[in-house]
Design a protein around this ligand. Sequence first.
Ligand code: UDP
Ligand code: LCN
Length: 811
Amino acid sequence: MDFGIAESLVDALKQNRYHARRCFERFTSRGKRSVKPQELLDMIEKTIDDKLERTKVLEGSLGQILSSTQEAIMIPPYVVLGVRANPGQWAYVKVNADDVTVDSLTPSQYLKFKESIYDQEWSKDENALELDFGAFDFRTPRLILPSSIGNGLGYISKFMTSRIGGDLDNAKPLLDHLLALNYHGEKLMINETLDSVSKLQKALIVADVYLSAHLKDEQFSTLEPKLKEWGFEKGWGDTAERVKETMKMLSEILQAPDPINMESFFSRLPVIFNIVIFSIHGYFGQSDVLGLPDTGGQVVYILDQVKALEEEILLRIKQQGLNAKPQILVVSRLIPDAQGTKCDEEMEPILNTMHSHILRVPFRTSKGIVPRWVSRFDIYPYLERFSQDAASKILEVMECKPDLILGNYTDGNIVASLLAKKFGVTQGTIAHALEKTKYEDSDMNWKNFEKKYHFSCQFTADLISMNAADFIITSTYQEIVGSKQRPGQYETHGAFSMPGLCRVVSGINVFDPKFNIASPGAEQSVYFPYTEKEKRLTSFHPAIKELLFNEQDNDEHMGYLADITKPIIFSMARLDTVKNITGLTEWYGKNKRLRSLVNLVVVAGFFDPSKSKDREEMAEIKKMHELIEKYKLKGQMRWIAAQTDRTRNGELYRCIADTKGAFVQPALYEAFGMTVIEAMNCGLPTFATNQGGPAEIIVDRVSGFHIDPINGDESSNKIADFFSKCKVDARYWDRVSRAGLQRIYDCYTWKMYANKALNMGSMYGFWKQLNKENKQAKQRYIDILYNLQFKNLAKTIEIPDVATPHQERVK
Ligand code: UDP
Ligand code: LCN
């Protein structure tokens, strides 16, 4: 589908024939190349001198099409445009600059043009590998409106409704689903007495009459004998009232289903007791790990997620009238060389939970157990063996198969896909961050990145797991489909090429109802408002005072604050390039007005580059030292090394709020941004990047502020304006602080998340059965890709000798 773009372009070119011809001539005048949208508009400006004429063209449909163009490929005499008509909706067109004629292109044709710039030979190879996951989706319903994207659950219940409704026979798959429900072999909901939909329907009517004669709070145990006679088992509810309600929901579904009722009924089904969550890379632990390389928000997210999921499962089990014991296992990597963390322990109970554990399984190779930390970019050769070892361990610990497997990040997601297939269970994936969007042209230029990042493995693994997954959880809408201006992380996997490896003509469709937005929260017992005086952790205050204001440099902090009465602008992140902590330091260094208004405090990495294991971190550490020197920041800036105690960090955010300061998240790109919601939970006014998740978390100038990471002057002035305004009107700071908190309470809590995630597990578990044939066909395709492509790519990554010291391995 080209969304009428080719037709509109033909009309637009006709209307502006003279100017269009000249513009397209100019576009192709510099030969073969790829051009970004801004350059196209600049070229138009240079071509049409007359301002009035130019405005007419730019404001007309030609201007609109060109401003929706994400990339243009010049292959004289052709100009090939990748136009993003709306979020998720792409059209590809080819304009002949000589006669300004227009043709629509398929994604494959478009990609071939693009590839020819990077790898002429590959683009001409008629047998180049094309991946087309869309070929298996012809029977799966799709959403239509970009605004519906990410609300998969809502639509799945609508699609189910239409499949199940109409005729009693259509409800047979639902009957089979109910008949299969059990807990450790003990039947739940119904037994074989009810082996047809009509028997079930009749039994529900009889049971309803029976239940009406009982008090609402009558316990299930007293009703059980009679209900069992009719074919009903445990699981309908704990009291007569709840059993009756749940039965009524099913009766309604059998009579005339509606989506809301369908979703409510599935949320009551006893299907999820045991969950396995994969989070493999980094140091996965509960203390002393945050801020270590590759170890950040994902760990925080999962630990809080587990707690919220366990609470919700326990509540559901109680309401279902069951006596089951849930289990949640977070499966990670065991690292013998644990660097003072607990990552060398196999099992660790998860704090503040009753039935959840971390299970660590080591990486093994033919040379033995891998002792050291492995960067997430180099992890692929270990994963297959890891998944086999993890599978045996999970069965041993859980004593049964899990009901749901959730993967996290590329490594966790591919292992989740392997095990979901092996166990035949429902699979959800969570990306946290898809690496592809973080580096410009990372697909076309994959060969240049390969040695350092192994994107060939990563992107292949991502494609496999997003297609294998029954549902995908994202933190924001942006993550799926971006914004008006910028494509989303998943969206960029729609059509792309890695010349020499594969051409992906349909990688993932963002209109697939498997996408669901379920935003995380921040643990509210740790991150609570600075105003809640009685809860404040004052025992940390002396240490925090030392951390912020002590004037002597040491291993934990360097630089000092000469005027401690000024508000503090604060940031905290891993010292990755993309986090742009060095960018913030430079903005501050350059902006005299900002320096006069506030001090800067950053928590990031540590100070000695030779001690770093991570290649990006090393470069950033060096840059930090250079900037502090260059802008003479000592006296106004404090650099604090990574802080691993999150309870104390919660108090640290609040102490910054006490100074009437602000949190600044300056990342070049941020998938979600846990620090943003942590700061907002503490009542700290927050400035955060407009690139990625934070742009959605914060409503600009209402619940905080957006800043542009590539426009440092504008951003630092926006921060300075805020503090100037606060000087004149002290209530302004309070208003922003309160609005930030309100935003959190409305949209970002773990309770909302857990409820949604469990509903997904239940609904998609059934949906996948309704679409069994489709899923199986796709799985075969995935198997081929995994075995013939991914495994070979993973083999190209060097497995270091066990004895090799880490430093020598850093590329
Ligand atoms: N964090 C920390 N100490 C540090 C740096 C980060 O405790 O020195 C925590 C921070 O509070 C947040 C998480 O690590 O909970 C970072 O999550 P975010 O989503 O902001 O970024 P990520 O590191 O996942 O890219
Ligand atoms: C990874 C990231 O890069 C962050 O943006 C997220 O907040 C974090 O994971 C948790 O999802």
